[in-house]
Design a protein around this ligand. Structure first.
Ligand SMILES: O=C(O)CCC(=O)C(=O)O
Ligand SMILES: [Fe+2]
Length: 310
């Protein structure tokens, strides 16, 4: 399951091929991965490597702008820019969030000026739409794996995904190991589809209650997404699927990544699935409206920290 690499284990995660014509076999492999580590690689996802590279390049163009320019897009209503060290644990990263690009709230998105970054919005909208399409296919396979109708997770309304671009700056000298790029966390939504520029740093802790915690590197596979289960899917499945703790350590090297958070429709009620509970294993969490759950998690993590949170 793991390789040794400079004293830190490297995880060998399963690779899921989204183009495989054996839907049931693919759904079974995803099911297994979600139960084992809650992490897997996704290939043949339909997003060309050129588009991934272009989006990473545009991300770099944005984060290279003067702070004053970036602050014009300061985070509000879950969209926009969060500066370095602004989240709860002082993580050394800056981010920008992009919400749904074509629903009735798309006007809330904050875009850099066309005069400064002419093709930025177009690239991000295209990337958003393509990753969402891959995400929808994945979610329908998960529904299949859980013996649900394939549209189960979108029956109340369309998913509400958020794209978050992240930049971890390069740093010189000896780094304080206690300060991280992204502190240990689990993601809030259904699933996350992540790509990085290949610079290492992402680590996973498979047993969150084990002390001391054991962290393993997630190796980069060019062109593949790293997919992980989020807390709402863990709640839906009564912990059958694992929303695994992960973090990004600082290596001194500059790093870019793009996380696509698949969130349920805000009015969807996340409630233990019948197939995942029994008398011996009652629901561990009360039902909750997805929108309320997310709002609380954002608030607790102080995301944005710009005083603009609604
Ligand atoms: O930057 C990364 O590789 C991971 C980011 C992440 O875990 C997140 O944004 O939730
Ligand atoms: Fe994460």
């Amino acid at each position: 399951m793991a390789d040794r690499n400079n004293g830190v284990e490297s995880l060998k995660l399963p690779v899921i091929d989204l183009l495989s014509s054996h839907r049931l076999a693919t759904a079974t492999s995803i099911h297994q991965a979600c139960k084992d580590t809650g992490f897997f690689y996704l290939i043949n996802h339909g997003i060309e490597i050129e588009l991934i590279q272009k989006a990473l390049e545009e991300s770099k163009n944005f984060f290279s702008l003067p702070l004053e320019e970036k602050m014009k897009l300061a985070w509000k209503e879950h969209r926009g820019y969060t500066p370095l060290c602004s989240e709860r644990l002082g993580d050394v990263k800056e981010t920008i969030y992009i919400g749904p690009v074509e629903d009735d709230k798309s006007y809330l998105n904050q875009w850099p000026s066309r005069d400064i970054l002419p093709s930025w919005r177009f690239t991000m909208e295209l990337y958003y739409e393509k990753v969402r399409a891959a995400g929808r296919m994945l979610i329908s396979l998960i529904a299949l794996a859980l013996n649900l109708e394939e549209d189960f997770f979108e029956k109340d309304g369309p998913m509400d995904p958020f794209l978050r671009l992240l930049h971890y700056p390069g740093e010189q000298g000896v780094l304080d190991e206690k300060v991280l790029g992204s502190s240990a966390h689990s993601d809030y939504g259904m699933m996350t589809l992540l790509v990085t520029d290949g610079v290492p740093g992402l680590q996973v802790c498979r047993e969150k209650t084990k002390k001391p915690q054991v962290w393993e590197d997630v190796p980069h596979i060019s062109g593949a997404f790293v997919v992980n289960i989020g807390d709402m899917m863990e709640r839906w499945t009564n912990c059958l699927y694992r929303s695994t703790l992960h973090r990004v350590i600082r290596t001194g090297q500059e790093r870019y990544s793009m996380a696509f958070f698949l969130n349920p429709f805000p009015d969807s009620v996340v409630k233990c699935l019948k197939s995942c509970c029994s008398e011996a294993s009652p629901p561990r969490f009360p039902p909750i409206r997805s929108g309320d759950y997310l709002k609380e998690r954002y608030r607790a993590n102080n995301i944005g920290n710009t005083g603009n949170d609604q």
